[in-house]
Ligand binder design. Structure first.
Ligand code: NAD
Ligand code: TYD
Length: 337
């Protein structure tokens, strides 16, 4: 297939591109703004593959989007990963979330309509809000808690309106919490892995009993691939991971895997509006022939091993702007080991 992948230099996008280029021989053009979270280094091993092109640009810029479309003749679909993605940053500075997640998706929808392209919108379980018991399915109401999840819900509603009003061939994939290689260390798992390896504190929000439904990133990439190949236009597909786990238990497993000390764990002020639990039912995407291959214990071990072996990927991040973000958000500096 010929696909434009927006946000392909980010965590999930780069893992998706790697699988599609290597295993499906797709022609892929990545359009990415290269924000703090976007890294060409995450694509370094596939930059030379035939059929791979990179273009720096913003999804909210019609000019950049048209330039990307012009650079991939015969393009069939846009897969949109591009977003501002960190809940804590959306509480501190929501502007970019509205601009990229809402206006950016709108700009892609208009381009998809002009050029009669399919669009796969990558979304999140967070649009449903928190669920104490049971699991959300695709007809559950949207009740987002954070500016991040509200902006993603807004984008989802626009996508659905373009299908209903203009007949746009669009699908939405709502994934649960992803983890694995190339994840920026502001998110729970890579932050804890690096802090554990570097002898830093392990900052848990509140009681740490919040539950997430963990999905290994290559499993999400495979599910998105199935939706791209066989998804029905206008449908939403939930993609949940095989295991649920409380944050404190994840951190204890990371402590054990890294040989860190439990005394590094520190409970800190809770996140405002913190969702207690996420859980997805994935029956619809399973009916397309998808199932998750990697359980949490194996995925965590693989993730810790990847960060151990890939210091060259994360050391420049930990020595850059990230330090200022960390100090501002956690009220303490990273000391370095
Ligand atoms: P990420 O933050 O690692 O990467 C986002 C990418 O988008 C970066 O490469 C960044 O440079 C790019 N980008 C940001 N603004 C842009 C803009 N205006 N124009 C073009 N590119 C821009 O994010 P991720 O964790 O890989 O998430 C990818 C998608 O999956 C997002 O839409 C997110 O909402 C969704 N999602 C993430 C998770 C998760 O656990 N990480 C779970 C479910 C869904
Ligand atoms: P995060 O990785 O930010 O994903 P999301 O908020 O999108 O689920 O956080 C996962 C969980 O971990 C969430 O309950 C918040 C918690 N958390 C901490 O306890 N400490 C931290 O330093 C971070 C970043 C997250």
């Amino acid at each position: 297939m010929r696909i434009i992948v927006c946000g392909g230099a980010g965590f999930i996008g780069s893992n998706f591109v790697r699988v599609r280029v290597r295993e499906h021989e797709d022609q892929i053009l990545v359009l990415d703004k290269l924000t703090y979270a976007g890294r060409r280094e995450s694509l370094a091993d596939i930059e030379q593959e035939p059929g791979f092109t990179f273009l720096q640009g913003a999804i909210e810029s019609e000019q950049d989007v048209e330039r990307a479309l012009g650079a991939l003749p015969g393009v069939e679909a846009i897969v949109n990963f591009a977003a501002e993605t960190h809940v804590d940053r959306s509480i501190e500075a929501p502007d970019a979330f509205v601009r990229t997640n809402v206006l950016g998706t709108f700009t892609l929808l208009e381009a998809a309509r002009r050029h009669s392209l399919r669009l796969i919108q990558i979304s999140t379980d967070e649009v449903y809000g928190s669920i104490e018991q049971g699991s959300f399915n695709e007809t559950s109401p949207l009740l987002p808690s954070s500016p991040y999840s509200a902006s993603k819900a807004g984008a989802d509603l626009l996508v659905q309106s373009y299908h209903r009003t203009h007949g746009l061939q669009a699908c939405i994939c709502r994934g649960s919490n992803n983890y694995g290689p190339y994840q920026y260390p502001e998110k729970l798992i890579p932050l804890m892995v690096l802090n554990a390896l570097e002898g830093e504190h392990l900052p848990i929000y509140g009681d740490g009993l919040q539950v997430r439904n963990w999905l290994f990133v290559t499993d999400f990439a495979a599910a998105i691939g199935r939706v791209l190949e066989a998804g029905a236009a206008g449908e939403v597909y939930n993609v949940g991971g095989p295991d649920e786990c409380a944050n404190i238990d994840i951190v204890r497993q990371i402590v054990a895997l890294t040989g860190a000390a439990e005394t590094q764990i520190e409970h800190i002020r809770d996140r405002p509006g913190h969702d207690r639990r996420y859980s997805l039912s994935s029956e619809r995407v399973e009916a397309l022939g998808w199932s998750p291959a990697v359980g949490l214990a194996e995925g965590l071990a693989r993730t810790v091993e990847w960060y151990r072996r890939n210091r060259a990927w994360w050391e420049p991040i930990r020595s850059g702007d990230y330090r200022a973000y960390y100090e501002r958000h956690y009220g303490r500096a990273l000391t370095g080991s």
